[in-house]
Ligand binder design. Structure first.
Ligand code: SIN
Length: 301
């Protein structure tokens, strides 16, 4: 039988599907629920130095093919988050997602996540709508290299950079992360988006802009992973619009070593992980792929 175990650089996973940052990953018990449903790891909600309430409602809405959200990076702050990590870490692999406004802040947060038992760090360099954070830093290769280098020197666990698709220099950004010492990149975060309510003549979201996720972004994500596979030497984690084994297979064939699922958890519940694990193994058995590694990047051949 084909094997779903995989490696993202130094990190080994029994299953290639992880929970993407931002869904069912704010508390210890919800993270455990996702691990028990078949996720190979959980990426936490992005956590910053101080508690942050996030944007006022409405902060998300459904659209054809996905969701547009502007949660505004709500989180309890790194000190409070230790209690959630204490609950979840003994039960499985937890990747600590962090956001900051400077290399020093990222390095401090990464050190805390390592102390709390995270198996890897995911740097949020890609939130499309939080002032002073995310893609405001993550679209400048000089800043990305500086942050990557500070965080990689501050911790001994693997460091991943989550990248934004809202740039025409994605491969340069990824190269900067690689040059700064990152172990892997995660592609993609949401596409900057907007919804207007015609009856009110106003943007729907309180923050005006948000990020589009879900099936509509999948072809953008697959293309991004395909481009990155040709441009960098470090592993890639694919994310964006995965809700079936076919979607997961596309990302792996484009070059991803593992993948993350976000919006489909909201749609199908945590059971999406078990379903995709089972269906993916069946496909791999039938088509003669013995492992994820065996299938990775085949679309380039
Ligand atoms: C949010 O909390 O607003 C979303 C975070 C992100 O897009 O990275």
């Amino acid at each position: 039988m084909s094997s779903l175990s995989t490696k993202v650089g130094r990190l080994s996973l029994e299953r290639p599907g992880m929970v993407a940052s931002g869904i069912m990953d704010e508390t210890g018990p919800s993270m455990i629920r996702m691990l028990e449903a078949g996720a190979g790891a959980v990426v936490t909600k992005s956590v910053g130095s101080e508690p942050r309430p996030g944007h006022a409602n409405p902060c998300f809405t459904e659209v054809e093919g996905g969701l547009v959200n502007a949660m505004g990076l709500p989180n309890p702050g790194i000190a409070e988050f230790k209690a959630e990590m204490d609950v979840a870490v003994p039960k499985g692999k937890i990747v600590g997602s962090i956001y900051g406004a400077s290399a020093e802040e990222f390095a401090m947060l990464a050190g805390k996540m390592e102390d709390y038992g995270a198996c890897a760090i995911e740097m949020n360099l890609s939130c499309p709508h939080a002032k002073g954070y995310g893609m405001e830093l993550g679209t400048d290769p000089v800043i990305v290299k500086e942050i990557s280098s500070a965080v990689s020197s501050a911790v001994s666990i693997p460091v991943w950079a989550k990248l934004t698709p809202n740039t025409h220099i994605l491969t340069q950004i990824a190269k900067a992360a690689e040059d700064g010492g990152c172990d892997a990149v995660v592609a993609i975060n949401t596409l900057k988006a907007m919804v207007i309510t015609p009856e009110l003549g106003k943007p729907f979201l309180s923050n005006k802009f948000g990020g589009l996720s879900g099936p509509a972004v999948r072809p953008v994500g697959v293309r991004a992973v395909y481009d990155l596979y040709d441009s960098i030497s470090i592993p890639i984690v694919g994310v964006g619009g995965i809700s079936t084994w076919r979607d997961a297979a596309q990302y792996i064939m484009a070059g991803a070593s593992a993948y993350q699922i976000g919006s489909a958890v909201a749609d199908q519940g945590p059971e999406v992980f078990g379903r995709i694990n089972g269906d993916l193994v069946k496909f791999m058995d039938e088509y003669g792929y013995s492992s994820v590694e065996d299938m990775r990047g085949v679309a380039h051949e």
